[in-house]
Ligand binder design. Sequence first.
Ligand code: GN1
Ligand code: MG
Length: 366
Amino acid sequence: MTKVVNNETLNQVLTNYRCSIDNCTVSPLGNGLINSTYLVSSNNANFVLQRINKNVFKKPADVINNAELVNKHLLAKKQKNLYSLSPIWQVATINAEAMVIDASNEYWRAIQYIPNCFTVEEVETPKQARQVGSAFAQFTSALSDFPAESLVETIPDFHNLSKRINHLRAVIKADPKRRLSSCQTLVDFCFAQQNFIDEVELLTQQLPIQVTHNDTKINNLLFCAKSNEPLAVIDLDTCMPGYLMHDFGDMVRTCCSNLPEDGKDLANMSVSFDIYSALAQGYIEAFGDKMSELEQQSLAIGAQLLPFMIGVRFLTDYLDGDNYFHVEHEGHNLERAKNQLNLYRLLHENHEKLNKITHHSSLALI
Ligand code: GN1
Ligand code: MG
């Protein structure tokens, strides 16, 4: 659930950045479901202020440190003309601290604000989808020689499907809010996907580890207002060792559906295969020979996996009493779960088509 921030706390935090609530305006920014993010605007500077959700990120300092390491690597690549996007820097306090801990023991950090940019909630054209695929590929590609072991796993087993299923099972058993009867059909649907779960498990034993972003939803890209081109990958909170299919899958999840992730008009949900194709082309092309054959084959699985996994996560949180994701009303997590599991169903029914497209994209490389 979203925690309200009072003015006294906000002021205490702002003083660490040479600001106060009297000389700046603070407004909510973005649509994140975990951290609380604000834009701080004053006469002399604008910056992003974020309270890190320590229920989710048990060690907020690790999140900040990981981002710093990744940014330094990206900058070095940029200086050698090997990375065309821009690192977005975290801003230290006036005492050169990386974060502020407020009186309620909440963790805050500041991040550079980039003017003349916009984010996108819905991809409108294949051209834009291709840019999205390409931008996230450039990000991971630039990190291909980054020492992955220097990153702390900010959320262990973040994209481990079997663990997510086990968590769902445990919450069902406890049913702490007595909500199981309101979603039994959906729960049954999840467990009926055992063949798919096994397929994913087998694949993950064979795929190489890369440093992936792990939250490549479309609104985690900044676009330049002047050129309309991607300018930066943002939200490095879950940038950790992972598999390419996870990043590709999250792009598909957030770009290919005609509904937002909590949209309720499921009878009219549809998947855009043109957008899927363009994402795949952008992603595969920008990787070039850094993507193995198996990784390319795994993309179509990732496209089904990410909606399924987040569907399971939303359902688990609904049953658990909405402790993890911010919700706007009771039942919000259930609406999200129904939406994402329906998206998974549509993609799964079309897995042959998905496979063909990602295979065809490889031919474009030759
Ligand atoms: C969360 O809060 P945000 O938007 O950065 C979640 C992602 C989900 C996403 C669903 C750490 O990301 O895994 O895909 O919501 N992040 C975490 O919108 O759990
Ligand atoms: Mg995130």
